[in-house]
Design a protein around this ligand. Structure first.
Ligand SMILES: Cc1cc2nc3c(=O)[nH]c(=O)nc-3n(C[C@H](O)[C@H](O)[C@H](O)COP(=O)(O)O)c2cc1C
Length: 406
């Protein structure tokens, strides 16, 4: 009898110890067996948010088959957020946070449309360089190397304008009045189709356009190219090769097809022109391809970080020159966090407008304002910059922050 009791107590002790061990494991995955926190019964996936130029959104780790959490709404000056999409074009396939379930690692893409007040689309953030595109058409290969040289010396993107229907030797026979090239050149309405389409022409500031001279003019496929995109505000630099003819009116006749562009004088090159000739031509164009360094600042407190892109006002430059700064921040009203730098010169600063994410300077008090909500414009409130990322962190800033250039 006693033996039986002892055995029962021992058994209960072992069971209790086992339960205790399981209970001590607070890991929600039930114990990691791999680096992703997955084990035999639980698989977690990462949902990444690509904000497409808007403020950064943190990724989430979601248990397989569960729905993702609806993240904060990202912000992007000049745009309204339209939702999170499954397709990277962010146009078709909207993610439904109530019903869509996570069954693999995935990325969701922010959709944006211009703000309803019709404000101008902001420049796409860049890396401090003017972006150059070198687009060219070359039927027999003479213009192609010159275009490549131009792309190399400018650091630009080379893009070949490829005809949907390739030109045969017979098509290019300029001695035959009825050859395809000759017919196209004598028909003002001819617009040979281009194969494929260039992505993101809006990212380019300067577009070189190279072509062969065909009967004194640019081939009609160059007209197709110009009519296919919006060149408003871009600088266009035409260049060509020929057997002997000069540039003539071939470039100026193109102006009407991108009339809002800033056209530079074109130049004709002989077949076989070398790279150094192209380099000194590009140099002489004074395109100022190297842009001034952007002024980005990081405001950090603990693991919270907010990044702003400053404008080029004197006030913003003076703030930038004061960095690094370690300052106390304090909340103000229900939409601001503020700090006090040394006095800034607001003589050429624009008035602050917009909402969350604006970085401003309130001249009467001399404080820098980090807005996390909408605000009223005022003739004393000047804009210093716009948010790049971390808008969701602003309202949580407190105590001392470190501000550095980044
Ligand atoms: C249909 C056609 C018309 C041409 N017309 C002229 C012309 O008017 N003047 C000239 O000097 N060369 C003319 N050429 C020669 C080309 O301009 C020259 O070979 C050019 O370098 C070709 O460039 P690509 O190889 O990049 O196509 C013509 C060539 C073709 C196919």
């Amino acid at each position: 009898m006693k033996k039986k009791n002892l055995f029962t107590v021992l058994l209960m002790f072992i069971v209790c110890m086992a339960m205790l061990l399981v209970g001590c494991n607070n890991d929600p995955t039930g114990g990691d067996n791999d680096n992703n926190g997955n084990d035999d019964t639980h698989t977690y996936y990462t949902v990444t948010f690509d904000s497409n130029g808007g403020s950064a959104i943190e990724s989430q780790r979601i248990l397989e088959g569960n729905t993702a959490r609806r993240p904060n709404v990202p912000v992007y000056g000049g745009y309204d957020f339209t939702g999170w999409y499954k397709d990277d074009a962010a146009t078709n396939d909207l993610w439904n946070f109530d019903t869509d379930r996570v069954n693999s690692d995935l990325t969701l893409y922010a959709g944006w449309e211009l703000t309803s007040d019709g404000s101008e689309k902001p420049d796409i953030p860049d890396d401090g360089q003017k972006n150059v595109l070198v687009a060219y058409f070359s039927a027999t290969g003479n213009t192609e190397p010159l275009a490549r040289f131009a792309a190399e010396v400018t650091g630009g993107t080379l893009y070949e304008i490829v005809p949907k229907i390739p030109y045969t030797a017979a098509d290019l026979d300029y001695t035959d009045n009825s050859s395809r090239a000759n017919r196209e050149q004598s028909n003002p309405d001819s617009r040979p189709e281009i194969s494929g389409r260039l992505d993101n022409i809006e990212r380019y500031d300067i577009v070189f356009i190279g072509y062969p001279i065909w009967h004194g003019q640019a081939p009609k496929i160059i007209y197709t190219f110009l009519e296919s995109y919006d060149f408003d505000g871009k600088t266009i630099v035409p260049f060509c090769t020929s057997a002997s003819s000069g540039l003539g009116s071939s470039a100026s006749n193109l102006h009407a097809f991108a009339s809002d562009a800033d056209w530079k004088d074109g130049r004709r090159f002989a077949i076989g022109t070398n790279k150094s000739t192209i380099a000194s031509w590009v140099d002489g164009l004074n395109l100022n391809i190297q842009k001034e360094q952007e002024m980005k600042i990081s405001i950090k407190s603990g693991n919270l970080e907010i990044i702003y892109l400053l404008n080029d006002s004197k006030a913003a430059k003076e703030l930038y020159e004061q960095l690094p700064l370690i300052v106390a921040v304090e909340p103000f009203s229900n939409n601001e966090i503020i700090f006090y730098p040394e006095k800034l010169d607001t003589s050429d600063a624009p008035f602050a407008k917009g909402g969350a994410g604006s970085l401003a300077y309130y001249a009467p008090w001399g404080d820098v304002v980090l807005f996390y909500g909408s605000f009223n414009e005022s003739s004393s409130l000047f804009e210093l910059g716009k948010i790049v990322s971390g808008v969701e962190n602003i309202k949580n800033l407190s105590g001392t922050v470190t501000i550095t250039a980044c």
